[in-house]
Design a protein around this ligand. Structure first.
Ligand code: HEM
Length: 173
């Protein structure tokens, strides 16, 4: 057992990917609720939900970005994988800045129960960078194969056990 398993997860069971699901899901809900409010579907309730989802997304981002950063530090500097992961990081941090400004600028809309034009645009731009970052994160995993063990013949019981599959962990630079 390594201490780094606490923030990186186990070989075969990394922590960053499941956290990304929570973060992307929360920001997606925020974006949908912003649009719903603007077109008049549950206008006040959706505006409240939009702003609260942004706040929860920002909290979730702190954990998600920290675990991603821990993995990023292990990549060989300047390698092709490093470039893809660095573009991913840049896009996600840019999305976070837009969501943060939308949250700060949108508090007034939260109390009024209406999403303003500025915070709506900030939310939509943030969602655009989130989508781009998700695509790049997918390339890190599914093209470069980072943190993928590919143990095709692993017995199911062993595959799902929360224990390290250290014997064949892929070199990550
Ligand atoms: C809002 C913040 C972030 C989100 C939503 C996010 C999302 C994602 C997604 C969707 C993947 C692909 C996972 C999969 O489909 O299995 C991924 C992988 C990855 N991300 Fe992020 N990411 C975020 C922040 C960061 C940051 C700040 C870094 C680096 C400093 C980073 C580094 C990585 C790395 C190295 C991978 C490869 C897989 C792994 O290490 O677990 N991410 N990310």
């Amino acid at each position: 057992m390594k201490l780094s398993y606490l923030w990186k997860g186990l070989p075969g069971h990394p922590i960053h990917p499941p956290l990304t699901d929570a973060t992307i899901g929360t920001y997606t809900a925020a974006t949908v609720m912003a649009l719903a409010s603007v077109v008049g579907i549950a206008e006040h309730g959706a505006a409240h939900g939009w702003w609260l989802a942004l706040v929860i997304g920002l909290i979730s981002t702190a954990l998600t970005a920290t675990t991603g950063f821990a993995d990023w530090l292990t990549i060989e500097w300047g390698s092709p994988l490093w470039w893809t992961a660095t573009w991913h990081m840049s896009s996600m941090l840019t999305a976070t800045v837009f969501f943060l400004i939308a949250t700060l600028a949108g508090h007034d809309g939260y109390t009024r129960g209406a999403v303003g034009a500025g915070p709506l645009i900030l939310t939509l731009v943030g969602f655009g960078f989130l989508t781009l970052g998700g695509w790049l994160g997918g390339a890190v995993v599914y093209v470069h194969g980072m943190r993928v063990l590919n143990l095709v013949g692993e017995p199911p019981g062993r595959a799902v056990t929360p224990a390290p599959h250290a014997e064949k962990e892929r070199a990550e630079g």
